[in-house]
Write a protein that binds this ligand. Sequence first.
Ligand code: NCD
Length: 317
Amino acid sequence: MVEHRWAHKHLLSIADLSVEDLETVLAKADANFDEARKRPKKGDALRGRTVINVFFESSTRTRSSFEVAGKRLGADVVNISVSTSSVSKGETLLDTVKNLEVMRADAMVIRHQASGAPNFVAAHTRASILNAGDGMHEHPTQALLDALTIRRHFGTLSGLTVAICGDIVHSRVARSNAILLGKTGSKVRLCGPKTMMPREAQELGATTSVHTNLDEAVDGADVVMMLRIQNERVYGPVMASTREYSRTFGLNTRRLEGAKPGAIVMHPGPINRGVELDTRLADGARSVVLEQVEAGVAVRMAALDLCIAANKEIAVS
Ligand code: NCD
């Protein structure tokens, strides 16, 4: 079989990737995952390269796992936190990026509150841009690490039923996952209160159905993925109270009984324990939330490696 060639110097959205691209990055990530469990040794695929994390929104998992991923490949990794950078003095996004570019950044990992910010930056720099979450748009490496976790459990990404529940309208995680799973042939059920459901929810992904009843969404599912309410993006009243939300849309042991016997529980983090997810389930045998984080390093290693290798504008001899 001829190996599929990855041709993307940027990773901006799942929508840009073909099924072959998904297979390429996931196969590479899968090998990284196994390797790291054996011995997390430092490689040299990105030795001499510089990766800069530019985060305009808070992050624990995504930023640290991009950092660990870059370092494990031998790159020098620099973190910029916006609250201590010149953005807080009024510098534009583009000026910030242009300045980092002349420091010979090979890749910039960008998280920004504006949907499309990484696409905008990508059009103005030679560096590879990796989207680490842009507003309510996409979070491609999160969907890839979720896909890797699911595939390692079920051996496939097709023919499964995946319920994604919570604040769908504000969730870049839900969008990227629905697009990815639609491409690979799994069914996606998006579930949440009407106030948290985008009008175009049905069109998100090729195989998506929309639900406002959690039991209906969980019924017979292989995967139940719970999402946090994105309070930082919520501007009006979307629910009566947290207690009421949790009673109607929170996942607990009794509700999970409706899913398939081998079903797994996922969450991208940060978890609001007791709101969308019962704390016993979060720590229980069906939960794979820490495997998701582990898969995150493996996926981000693969993404950095593939994008930098595909970037002819920054080729080093
Ligand atoms: C998600 C995000 O930032 O979109 N978190 C993450 O990257 N693991 C989800 C969230 O913040 O709720």
